[in-house]
Design a binder for this molecule. Structure first.
Ligand code: DAH
Length: 355
């Protein structure tokens, strides 16, 4: 076999071998087999030394052509293999977008918390402090110092859960009024609100719960008048029920305030014309308030001749039930997602609200 025939042979063999290559590794091996230090092409060039000068020239050219031929063939197949591998990888990693997406449920602020947060923000903006008091309370703070001594008929109005003769579950956040005044040793002016849970010995039904929330307000200062109380509660009513709301005072009775009032807000649904919410009167009762009774001031160490004050107590559930037209108070505590999720829509999804 002369050298040209050998070269032709190598080319033909390469064609056959290339056809059998299935992966990169086999291709690299094949490259070494032909172009490596001990490969066929190198082996062939060792024949050079036995040739004449003329023959060397021609053989050298043929060898170069062979080398180029092998390299081209191999790199062509290399590209093909790489492309095939990439396609396989893409196929393997493709995302099936026909699968239904997992529904992400993000929590939202509970309607009662939302109302408490809103009222806190409002009063903080007016310079009030937010304070808290214990839910297990002393009779002294829940009744006695609020001008409700033992035997006082007003105790009957609040069905209390007593733990022993002196200790009970607080029936009203008004107890925090007493605590705040007693704790203030300098007897300086006070401006606080206190949100929290209160307890009554009630059978639960659509409008009663043995456990509910109140927000208490107390201002003690020199020269405080009923006018300040009215102005403050008007701002509160507007914040809760809309800018066009008006309020009115109706005389009432609470042992710890004198005078005492029930506060009505003009109906936010019918604007005073009369509807099912305001029961045709145009007004809705929303809270109790009044000027702090001198006996309460005195009992808590404030001189009623120098100091006066006003107080108010709001039922949070009542506000929420009116505002969102919720017919049953138990909805707030049973955590039915279908009920709670509605507030995401009503409040425009304030789920990220942090407090
Ligand atoms: N503590 C009263 C209640 O639970 C509500 C209340 C009325 C609070 C008048 C007050 C007030 O501070 O001045 O029914």
């Amino acid at each position: 076999m002369n050298t040209n025939e050998k070269i032709e042979n190598l080319k033909n063999e390469l064609e056959v071998k290339l056809k059998n290559v299935t992966c990169m590794k086999e291709l690299t091996d094949l490259k070494v087999e032909y172009l490596g230090k001990k490969g066929y092409v190198t082996e062939l060039s060792s024949l050079m030394k036995d040739l004449s000068v003329e023959e060397k020239k021609a053989f050298g050219k043929s060898l170069n052509e062979l080398r180029n031929y092998v390299e081209e063939k191999i790199s062509f197949l290399k590209e093909k293999l790489e492309e095939a591998e990439l396609n396989m990888k893409l196929e393997r990693e493709s995302i099936d977008i026909t699968l239904p997406a997992t529904k992400l449920s993000v929590g939202i602020t509970h309607p009662l918390t939302k109302i408490i947060n809103d009222i806190e923000d409002l009063f903080i903006s007016m310079g009030y402090d937010v304070v808290e008091g214990p839910e297990v309370e002393n009779d002294l703070y829940n009744f006695e110092l609020l001008n409700v001594p033992v035997g006082h008929p007003a105790r009957d109005m609040q069905d209390s859960l007593f733990i022993n003769e002196e200790i009970l579950m607080r029936t009203q956040t008004s107890s925090v009024q007493v605590r705040t005044m007693l704790q203030n040793k300098e007897k300086s002016p006070i401006r606080i609100i206190c949100p929290g849970k209160v307890y009554r010995k009630d059978d639960d039904d659509a409008t009663h719960s043995h456990e509910f929330h109140q927000i208490e307000g107390l201002v003690v200062d020199k020269d405080v008048s009923m006018n300040h109380l009215k102005g403050t509660l008007e701002i509160l009513a507007k914040k809760m029920f809309g800018e066009n709301r008006e309020i009115r005072f109706r005389p009432s009775y609470f042992p710890f305030t004198e005078p005492s009032v029930e506060v009505d807000v003009s109906c936010f649904k019918c604007n005073g014309e009369g509807c099912n919410i305001c029961k045709g009167t145009g007004w809705i009762e929303v809270l109790g308030a009044g000027m702090v009774h001198p006996n309460v001031l005195k009992g808590c160490g404030y001189d009623p001749k120098k100091y006066m004050g006003y107080a108010f107590g709001v039922g949070v559930e009542r506000i929420a039930m009116l505002k969102y037209e919720i017919p049953d108070i138990r909805e707030f505590y049973t955590n039915d997602m279908r009920f709670l999720e509605q507030f995401n829509v009503i409040e425009g999804g304030d789920s990220n609200e942090s407090k």
